[in-house]
Design a binder for this molecule. Sequence first.
Ligand SMILES: O=C(O)CCC(=O)C(=O)O
Ligand SMILES: [Fe+2]
Length: 408
Amino acid sequence: MKQLIKVVLQPIHKDATLRVTEPRVFSNHVAVEFKRFEMNKNDSYQNYIELMAVNFEDQTTLFNFVVKQGNGVKGLIDSGMSCVPKPFIQPLSERIATPNARTCEAAQPIDLSQLDGPHHKEVTKQIVKASETLGVFQVVNHGVSLELLELLKTSAHEFFAQPPEKKAIYLKEVSPSKLVKYGTSFVPEKEKAIEWKDYVSMLYTNDREALQHWPRPCRDVALEFLKSSMEMVKRVVEVLMENIGVRLEEGRMNGLMGTKMVNMNYYPTCPSPELTIGVGRHSDMGMLTVLLQDGIGGLYVKLDNGEWAEIPPLDGALVVNVGDTLQILSNGRYKSAEHRVRTTNMGSRVSIPIFTAPNPSEKIGPLPEVVKRDGVARYKELLFQDYMYNFFGQPHDGKKSLDFARAD
Ligand SMILES: O=C(O)CCC(=O)C(=O)O
Ligand SMILES: [Fe+2]
């Protein structure tokens, strides 16, 4: 909504020029953008300035400010907003009432340096058990340097600390590269309530394109993270495949792991965390996700009994979770993790996931070896691009995404 507000200026001297470009807040719900103003020497000392007022009580204006113009949830908080606006208020069923102190098996990390040594069997067992039950575990000695983990968190903060106009160039409608997308929430146009999260995602094709197109504050560390974790991801997939009697040829393995993407998530501090969510209940669509979270915490996974447990931040550890594709390939033996993120008023949280998924043109469906043993295929065979298209077309809704692939 545009409003004309009259303001009486008392210039310091006759040729005063007012240069205020940052949005400011006059009250809880009005942000004001000043336009450059130059005194007309012939005018009297009293003058008017046209102000553009953004009324955050108007939901369309708020949506445009946050989502369409790319100010993000961070822009809202930076403008002085001290309460949660309506479009972010979750229905009761989705809210996380009290921070749940309960933790789960994933509190005990798996030591990957032991995978190819005398403890191979034991470590394999731990990975398999976690993938068959929770769908998530944490790993240490994963081959990614601890310095890099620190740098990743710093550069995520650096990216989001930039002024909105620097980030908004990567909004999907205008981004100079198809590889990079910046935004807020998951599918904000379709959601009942918007998630309290800004993100930037960087799709990997090759090193040259990553260095050319990924945003400067994070490209080098994000690329290093991707490259130094990929060996570990492939090894974990191999272990899980071996366990179900499957040996993937190199070409098929590369096809199933052909899509790689690094995201940086930013969850601004939230004035009323009990009303919002950082990310709603969902599973990831791909093979495996590797995630670095900072020390703030708030990542929850759903247990078999329907309760939620926190995956506690562990210094130097990475979270690994099973995605829908791996559930489909294994005919349901491995479970994609249903997870969600709570918000907090303790500070802004960052997390950096790497998603691995099949090439769009790759066929996915239960692997023949497993179907033969199970005597039934629980999922259909389909092109990964169809699964992906459906996944990104719906708001987060737990593991409903898998229904798309279920055998009739
Ligand atoms: O921030 C987190 O801890 C999890 C983020 C997540 O689930 C996702 O980006 O898919
Ligand atoms: Fe996720």
